[in-house]
Design a binder for this molecule. Structure first.
Ligand code: PHE
Length: 349
């Protein structure tokens, strides 16, 4: 009896000592296999007879069942351990914080764009929109910058792999001035033959492109073009309109303007408009904010109008520059770096 109990204990201990299924099957063979310990005891029964044999047989059978139970328990335990291990390895970490939902906001440059439209609408200007991919004639030639004109090199741009009907490559517009041409030509055509033509009074804001990149230049930037053509529109009107615009845009009246003689092929005379705040941190510093001038007679002719009768002014201003001055931003590249910490400031509740 004891000898059988010991055997069951040993088997149980051996099964518990292994932790690989293959080792467990080897341990099993040592007891239940062909040359296992229990198998050997069964063979020994042949030497017994009668009750002794029956009794011994029953005892060995009980021991065998105990070993088989222990084996099955260990198999189950190892299988369960393996399953737990696999589950742990494949676990999905659901504890990451969610991304949440954030309210979007209006970009500071677009905020200025909207303000500019509102201010000019309030003084009777239309707002026009036009293509960013422009043809050579409208961007340059119609604006009195023929092919090979040196002024073209001031505005190097990006070309598109497509040609217009004259075989010239299309390009990304270098300024919003082609909108003078598009808008005035459509206006003139609409009123052709009429005794009197309503004045052209329009601004055209939008994206423009140049091969330029530093703290105050971005290859993509925004301008708004202004154009006022009538029968007696003068530079005094330009000064009045632009001064009123700046007062409204910056919401202050202590601003001084200066028209500094300059050159643009499409205006004559031409000027840079400089402004100066009379108080605050930028006080006393001249800041260049716009090109402007009286529209050149050749350009008026390209509008489809008679320069002896129609006269007026145009200006083209940088929206980033105005936005930087309004908010005191030092580096234009911040507008396009996509840093929410910067952008969110303009949308504070
Ligand atoms: N198109 C000019 C520029 O981008 C600005 C300008 C517009 C000047 C209209 C005069 C008249 O530099």
């Amino acid at each position: 009896m004891n000898e059988l109990n010991d055997l069951v204990d040993r088997a149980q201990a051996e099964f518990l000592a292994v932790d690989q299924p293959a080792e467990l099957e080897n341990a099993k063979a040592r007891y239940l296999g062909k040359s296992g310990a229990l198998t050997a005891l069964m063979k020994d029964l042949a030497a017994l007879t009668g009750d002794a044999r029956r009794e011994r047989g029953a005892q060995i059978n009980l021991a065998k069942q105990a070993v088989e139970r222990a084996l099955q328990q260990r198999r189950d335990a190892l299988a369960e351990a393996e399953l737990q291990q696999r589950l742990a390895a494949q676990a999905i970490d659901v504890t990451l914080p969610g991304r949440g939902q954030h309210a979007g906001g209006v970009h500071p440059v677009v905020r200025s764009w909207m303000r500019i439209e509102e201010i000019f609408r309030s003084i009777g200007f239309e707002v026009a929109d036009g293509p960013e991919i422009e043809d050579d004639w409208t961007n340059f030639t119609a604006l009195n910058s023929p092919q090979n004109h040196p002024a073209r090199s001031m505005q190097d741009t990006f070309y598109v792999d497509l040609k217009d009907e004259h075989g010239q490559p299309l390009l990304l517009r270098t300024h919003t001035s082609p909108m003078q041409v598009r808008h005035a030509r459509a206006h003139a055509a609409r009123h052709a033959g009429a005794a009197a033509m309503p004045e052209v009074r329009v601004i055209a804001p939008g994206r423009t492109y140049r091969v330029d990149s530093d703290a105050t230049h971005s290859p993509m930037f925004h301008q708004f073009e202004g154009l006022w053509i009538g029968e007696d529109v003068s530079l005094a009107d330009l000064k009045g309109v632009y001064t009123g615009f700046l007062h409204a845009f910056f919401e202050r009246d202590d601003i001084t303007l200066r028209f500094r003689p300059s050159y643009f092929p499409f205006t004559e005379p031409s000027a840079e408009i400089d402004m100066m705040f009379d108080s605050g941190p930028l006080r006393g510093r001249w800041l260049e904010i716009s090109g402007a001038g009286q529209v050149h007679p050749k350009v008026v002719r390209n509008f489809g109008l008679d320069p002896e009768r129609h006269i007026g002014f145009a200006f083209g201003s940088g929206i980033e520059r105005l936005t930087m001055l309004r908010y005191g931003i030092g580096d234009l590249r911040q507008f396009y770096a996509g840093d929410l910490r910067f952008l969110e400031q303009f949308n504070a509740a």
